[in-house]
Write a protein that binds this ligand. Structure first.
Ligand code: BGC
Length: 353
């Protein structure tokens, strides 16, 4: 554990290193329980950092791209920044307004990505691990109940980074935890991900309205640029004249994973990058994955290696429940009640082909 800088509130943050197999190393911070760096070898054995981020906490404070962060209480959007639960209306921060329509995004103004988590270095099933813990108090960003959250990152020597989430509450609350890493499998700081080849195990996706809230429909991907059942280059169809791609300026949609529910992480998506030969596989217990192509990055953030992060220089595969579930009774429930244990697991595995 080494210092990672001091926040504006004078909190001292730290960085932790987990050593994986040959050429594989992960760095994490207790600020936002964030994945800061992930070095992984290419097909010639050259190791590079393949996630976007900053080299100290200063870059993350006040920044709103959620690079590598743990996102909560609720990943993605809740319409109008309010919901009702058990007959009571709860008002959340309306911290985002796509198309001028206000909503709540990624847990609010100061979500879990902006908190200092307690951290313990551990070994889990023989794998080096860091366990982060956070208590989110009653009323936090408008949410009901005191929520205790645990996020454990562990790395194997097979290139797999496993993220286990657990949470309990003392009052019913919505919860939707995810990791918001942006990958560029050529190496972070490379200008584009359009050449990456993506497969997503989904025959349906969630179309959104002008405010980027799901319409409630689970639409078939057939004959749309959202059909990634067979491998496709990100760049091949992203500029298609498609109303959904236009609304979000690229891919920024939830794909419906099947079969679900599952208590064991199953394959959700793969991404292959032909220049480096790197292959990312994503496994999860979650019912959805948000495929986001960094449409709102604009080159103003300068990353760890001193290079800017322009539009589409990273992609995210955020495993999660569906956005706006508190307003959509037909979506899988995101309500955690006292006495229940929230559990979720996602594995990102980096290899070569
Ligand atoms: C959302 C985007 C949002 C981005 C913020 C993604 O998870 O889907 O709409 O702009 O996070 O970095």
């Amino acid at each position: 554990m080494i210092p990672f800088g001091t926040t504006r509130d004078g909190e001292e943050t730290h960085r932790f290193t987990l050593q994986g197999g040959p050429g594989s190393r992960v760095e994490l911070s207790d600020y936002g329980a964030t994945l800061v760096r992930w070095f992984a070898p290419d097909r010639r054995g050259r190791s590079e950092d393949v996630v976007l981020g900053f080299d100290s906490v200063a870059g993350y404070v006040g920044h709103h791209s959620y690079f590598g962060a743990t996102v909560g209480r609720y990943g993605n959007r809740i319409a109008q920044g309010r919901f009702s639960l058990d007959g009571k209306v709860h008002v959340l921060a309306a911290n985002n307004q796509p198309g001028g329509i206000p909503c709540h995004l990624h847990g609010g103004r100061s979500g879990f990505d902006k908190r200092l988590w307690a951290a313990d270095e551990q070994t889990v099933d023989g794998r080096p691990a860091v366990r982060f813990r956070l208590r989110s108090p009653e009323g936090d960003e408008g949410y009901p109940g005191t929520l205790d959250v645990d996020v454990t990152y562990s790395i194997g020597n097979d290139g797999a980074l496993r993220i286990d989430y657990e949470a309990t509450t003392d009052r019913a609350t919505p919860i939707n935890l995810t990791n918001h890493s942006y990958f560029n499998l050529v190496g972070e700081g490379h200008e584009s991900v359009l050449g990456h080849i993506v497969t997503i195990q989904a025959s349906r996706y969630l179309p959104v309205s002008a405010g980027m809230i799901p319409t409630g429909k689970l639409a078939p991907v057939d004959d749309t640029p959202f059909d990634f059942r067979a491998p496709a280059r990100i760049g091949d169809r992203i500029e298609h004249r498609n109303e959904q791609l236009r609304l979000s300026e690229g891919y920024d949609h939830t794909f419906v994973l099947e079969p679900r529910p599952t208590s064991e992480p199953t394959l959700a998506a793969t991404v292959y990058e032909p220049i480096s030969g790197r292959l990312l596989e994503v496994f999860t217990t979650e019912p959805g994955v948000q495929f986001y192509t960094g449409n709102f990055l604009d080159g103003t953030s300068v990353g760890k290696s001193g290079r800017p992060y322009p539009r589409r220089s990273g992609f995210c595969l955020e495993t999660q429940h569906f956005p706006d579930s508190p307003h959509q009774p037909a979506f899988p429930s995101t309500i955690l009640r006292p006495g229940m244990m929230f559990r979720s697991t996602t594995i990102y595995r980096l290899g070569i082909r």
